[in-house]
Design a protein. Structure first.
Length: 95
């Protein structure tokens, strides 16, 4: 899934930023990161990224260490959650 940020006009195409969201670390995140994209790994209760929201909350640093190419780690596609996590990521880059 690609999320575009910014207006999509021909004059502003250079300023559009993309975020690649994937639920497979090896198939999605590693490849997207290799071409310079920002990435968000969607953790699910199955598959190669089987981590629950509780596990992420209890050991966020440990989970992030398992997936070093993921810029963000998400456990939901809920719009409010995505906004919260994206704002948190942006704030970490400012601090």
């Amino acid at each position: 899934m690609l999320l575009a940020e910014g207006p999509a006009s021909p004059q502003s195409c250079i300023s559009i930023r993309f975020l690649y969201v994937g639920d497979s670390y090896e198939k999605d995140i590693v490849g997207a990161k290799a071409v310079g994209m920002k990435t968000a790994l969607l953790l699910r209760d199955e598959g190669d990224t089987k981590v629950s929201r509780e596990e992420l909350a209890a050991d966020e640093a440990g989970v992030k260490a398992k997936y070093p190419d993921a810029d963000m780690i998400w456990t939901s596609l809920d719009p409010a959650y995505i906004e919260e996590m994206t704002n948190r990521f942006a704030q970490e880059r400012i601090d």
